[in-house]
Design a protein. Structure first.
Length: 131
């Protein structure tokens, strides 16, 4: 039925948004708020329903502001993208996110962006396994 396909469509839409954020991370040569906003929208799609105040900042109905973390510049912020149950390993060639369903590498000259790539890749894989 059409109702049964809604969760599948939402999952595919979410995975496409994550894949787009990964591609943007791989293409970029520098961190920035537009990249942070793209990552935030991929991880928290409900932000797309809120009015944009500025790049990476949205307004809630009560006037409160929601800000994307600085994923592309802060390793701590990027680490918050790692799915529950997974962990981070740092190797010479980049960051690795490890979990029950595999390992996902992120390679980029900017360490925080490398971790974003690995964490977002892990999110896609975990979604494939019902995580």
């Amino acid at each position: 039925s059409e109702l049964a396909s809604l969760p599948v469509r939402e999952t595919l839409r979410g995975q496409l948004a994550l894949a787009s954020a990964i591609a943007a991370c791989q293409r970029t040569t520098r961190p920035g708020r537009s990249l942070d906003a793209l990552i935030a929208l991929a991880v928290f799609p409900g932000l797309g329903e809120l009015p944009v105040v500025a790049e990476g900042i949205w307004a809630q109905g009560d006037g409160a502001r929601v800000r994307a973390l600085r994923y592309s510049t802060s390793r701590t912020a990027a680490a918050s993208l790692v799915p529950a149950g997974c962990w981070i390993e740092t190797r010479e060639d980049g960051s690795i996110v490890c979990g029950a369903h595999g390992e996902w590498a992120g390679t980029h000259k900017i360490e925080a962006i490398a971790l974003c790539i690995a964490a977002l890749s892990a999110r896609i894989a975990e979604a494939d396994h019902g995580g």
